[in-house]
Design a binder for this molecule. Structure first.
Ligand code: NAD
Length: 247
């Protein structure tokens, strides 16, 4: 549908690769302006070359409050949308294996950065009386067998962040939803050689878990949640997983 984002400014994190890049591309194709954030300046530059003037960016880690502030400033007072999508995996480490550094890094990127971006975006959305937020959760936000303990707990936290935000701002013209992707072909990295993975997780992974979707398929789900097409949907966790969550 051309024009769903005409005149709208949307922040997309993790815009340099995978799902975030596909979301940025779809928003620009449909008339929007995107401020992309990513750790990798090189990736962002490549996306900017492809998408042109409608895509500007801030390079840095969304775990830094200063980067969050720069992203919101770059969006300016017309900020309407936020796609909290940057995330990292946890090498499928179980509760007995996880080290503090992995736990803290995964929570900083996957949860705290999302809260900080929402907190920073809200004053602008409240002033405008309109806004739409989509957080990227995961199949691991729905079940215990899709990642290690840190990632699984972090994505369950994303579900709570989404529902809480939906409730507190529902009467202010602001919606907050999440997408729960199954396996998607992107650049996300994880180890799959731990004993926990081979002995516990691998036998539970059925055909759905192994069937990989494209980033463009996820961008279709995310931009639907972001757009006015989902006007009556708020606080929803949309599984976009080919049916994995149904079993
Ligand atoms: P990806 O690695 O291809 O893209 C993620 C991008 O985020 C990268 O460009 C990376 O540089 C950036 N990023 C990472 N940490 C960052 C930080 N601290 N600050 C700024 N940018 C940062 O991965 P993807 O698969 O497209 O992941 C996007 C989201 O989808 C993540 O939240 C991930 O947890 C979720 N997800 C992915 C899958 C999958 O199978 N790929 C499944 C479920 C959920």
């Amino acid at each position: 549908v051309p024009g769903r984002f005409a005149g709208r400014v949307v922040v997309v994190t993790g815009a340099g690769s995978g799902i975030g890049r596909a979301v940025a591309s779809r928003i620009v194709q449909e008339g929007g302006r995107v401020v992309g954030a990513d750790l990798s300046e090189e990736r962002l530059r490549t996306v900017a070359e492809e998408l042109g003037d409608a895509f500007t960016y801030v390079a840095g880690s969304v775990t830094e409050q200063e980067v969050v502030d720069r992203v919101i400033e770059a969006a300016g007072p017309d900020l309407w949308g936020l796609v909290n999508n940057a995330g990292i995996m946890d090498d499928f480490l179980s509760a007995g294996e996880v080290d503090d550094a992995t736990w803290e890094r995964v929570f900083a990127v996957n949860v705290t950065s999302m809260m900080r971006l929402i907190r920073a975006a809200l004053p602008l959305m409240l002033a405008a009386g309109a806004g739409s937020i989509v957080n990227t959760a995961s199949e691991a936000g729905l079940r215990g067998s899709a990642a290690g303990v840190a990632y699984t707990a972090s994505k369950h936290a994303v579900v709570g962040l989404t529902k809480s935000t939906a409730v507190f701002y529902r009467s202010k013209g602001i919606r907050c939803n999440a997408v729960a992707p199954g396996a998607v072909a992107t650049n996300i990295q994880t180890r799959m050689d731990t004993a926990s993975f081979t002995e516990v997780v691998a036998p539970l992974l059925g055909a759905f878990a192994l069937a990989t979707a494209t980033a463009e398929q996820l961008a279709a789900s995310i931009t639907w949640l972001l757009s006015d097409d989902s006007a009556n949907v708020n606080g929803a966790i949309l599984a976009s997983d080919g049916g994995w969550s149904a079993i």
